[in-house]
Design a protein. Structure first.
Ligand SMILES: Cc1cc2nc3c(=O)[nH]c(=O)nc-3n(C[C@H](O)[C@H](O)[C@H](O)COP(=O)(O)OP(=O)(O)OC[C@H]3O[C@@H](n4cnc5c(N)ncnc54)[C@H](O)[C@@H]3O)c2cc1C
Ligand code: SF4
Length: 471
């Protein structure tokens, strides 16, 4: 396939302005822009874009409906496959999914499917029609209530999706969430300027209106065990507990004050509302120079957040080159526009401090060798190329693993050596009646992949409960 053309930039807050606030950066399409973009879709017979979407959204159909029947119909089509379109329209890596395989992308710019999805979902949220669930979503088309109960562990995209699909299928669903609020990474990880909390709240409200109960501050594996959930009458359990345990570099000095995991840093900002400064006084002391290690979405979010909290200089240190950076194109572009400095092909080897606080970072330059197991060229240290920079804060964003609390406290639940739950093709775990999906199965991945797994698990749970004797 020919090289993908870069997307036309979207109207957004100017960089000099937005680094001083936490408001959303891209504005989204207005009606004229949305209809103009919708006109570009060829409604291809084979629709490769649908295959490129992990939840198989009927893309040409919703685009056609937007042009011919209006947003309400387009939204209904979107929602038939995607329970969280306003979120996906904002955070999905479309350039490596639906838009990557869009036929128009061979010679021109692909259809901006994500932006159209956001437009439709936002219009509906604005009209507050989301609050009144359409007849298709509500009791009319829902199966008769089966009397069967399903417990969902975790309210991230995997859990929310599984819960919504199961509720629509007529099951009584309760989500158990460890934190005091819903959304998983969508709330405590992704910053306000990329995904406003209001949008998330509206999407979660929709799921509640499908009949899903949400029980917060409930840590499964501690407050209640999986066995106790079965004893309480749940006949199947879906585990979507994510991968919230940060990885560290394991280099000298990493225990100094001023060294955060991106997870801790972003959680403090998001859950303790530092993004609403100065009304909320959150204890995130960052100083003038912040270094973020890593180049995924998490790293871009941490770097752009540090900038908004007042850091003068924010540097991303990454051991590979630009080509291998895993973040979404748009996040990298926005970070650059906001003045984030990229020190690529460099890797930290030690941190130094004074009075217990980090003050310096030693790095070594890297070069790329042969491809490794991940298909990317392996970074190799260049001997004798070490250099030192002064730092006030270091944020480590090199990946997350599953938190072992639930898996270690659940008997007969098979896991990989790295902590992920082992599932079969149907998302079924080694324990009867227990299914799992999302980051806890794959390791840190994407919102839409977690949703895809939640959907598949919901189908399997439905089949399991329908076939279960005397259940
Ligand atoms: C900062 C950041 C930015 C990201 N940006 C993007 C992006 O732009 N695009 C993209 O596609 N992906 C992005 N991702 C990745 C994406 O958010 C995750 O892949 C996705 O959220 C995984 O969904 P999940 O439902 O499996 O888990 P999570 O979202 O992690 O949700 C798991 C939930 O389970 C709860 N939980 C955990 N253990 C228990 C327990 N024992 N009992 C009860 N509840 C429990 C957690 O509190 C959490 O709420 C980003 C990730 C981060 C951290
Ligand atoms: S591949 Fe592109 S042009 Fe074809 S139907 Fe999908 S979005 Fe439209």
């Amino acid at each position: 396939m020919a090289l993908q053309k870069k997307k036309t930039p979207m109207r957004s807050q100017r960089p000099a302005e937005r680094i001083n606030n936490f408001s959303e950066v891209p504005y989204g399409y207005n009606q004229e822009e949305a209809l103009r973009e919708a006109e570009r879709c060829l409604h291809c017979a084979k629709s490769p874009c649908i295959t490129g979407c992990p939840v198989s959204v009927p893309i040409p159909q919703f685009i056609k409906a937007l042009k011919e029947e209006g947003v309400a119909k387009a939204n209904q089509i979107l929602k038939s496959k995607n329970n969280l379109p306003a979120i996906c329209g904002r955070v999905c890596p479309q350039e490596s999914q639906c838009e990557k395989v869009c036929i128009l992308g061979v010679k021109h710019e692909p259809v901006a499917i994500g932006r159209l999805e956001r437009y439709v979902a936002d219009q509906m949220l604005e009209q507050d029609e989301q609050a009144t669930i359409t007849m298709q979503d509500s009791g009319k088309e829902r199966a008769a209530l089966s009397g069967k109960r399903v417990a969902v562990v975790g309210s991230g995209p995997a859990g929310l999706t599984a819960a919504a699909d199961l509720a629509r299928a007529g099951f009584a669903v309760t989500i158990f969430e460890a934190l005091h609020d819903t959304g998983g990474v969508l709330r405590y990880g992704i910053p306000e300027f990329r995904l406003p909390k209001k949008i998330l709240d509206q999407e979660v409200d929709y799921i509640k209106q499908l009949g899903v109960e949400i029980c917060v501050n409930a840590v499964i594996g501690r407050s209640i065990t999986v066995d106790e959930l079965f004893e309480q009458g749940y006949q199947a359990i879906f585990i979507g507990a994510g991968a919230g345990l940060p990885r560290f570099m394991n280099i000298p000095g990493e225990d100094l004050n001023g060294v955060y995991s991106a997870n801790e840093f972003l959680t403090r900002v998001n859950l303790m509302k530092a993004y609403k400064f100065p009304q909320y006084k959150t204890p995130v002391k960052i100083g003038q120079t912040v270094v973020v290690v890593g180049a995924g979405n998490v790293a871009m979010d941490a770097a752009r957040t540090a900038k908004r909290l007042g850091a003068e200089k924010v540097v991303i240190v990454y051991r590979r080159s630009e080509q291998e950076m895993p973040a979404r194109d748009e996040e990298i572009e926005h970070a650059r526009e906001e003045g984030i400095i990229f020190k690529l092909l460099n890797n930290p080897v030690a941190l130094f401090g004074s009075d217990g606080r980090v003050t310096k970072m030693e790095c070594i330059r890297m070069e790329l060798g042969q491809e490794d197991d991940s298909g990317r060229r392996r970074p190799i240290p260049v001997e004798g190329s070490n250099w030192v920079m002064e730092v006030d804060t270091v944020i480590v964003a090199i990946g997350q693993s599953p938190n072992p609390l639930l898996t270690q406290n659940t008997a007969r639940l098979a896991t990989h050596s790295w902590g992920g739950i082992i599932v079969d093709q149907k998302q079924a775990t080694s324990r009867e009646g227990v299914f799992a999906g999302g980051d806890i199965v794959t390791g840190a991945a994407t919102v839409i992949e977690a949703m895809g797994a939640g959907k598949k698990a919901a189908e399997s749970i439905k089949e399991y409960l329908e076939n279960k004797q005397g259940g």
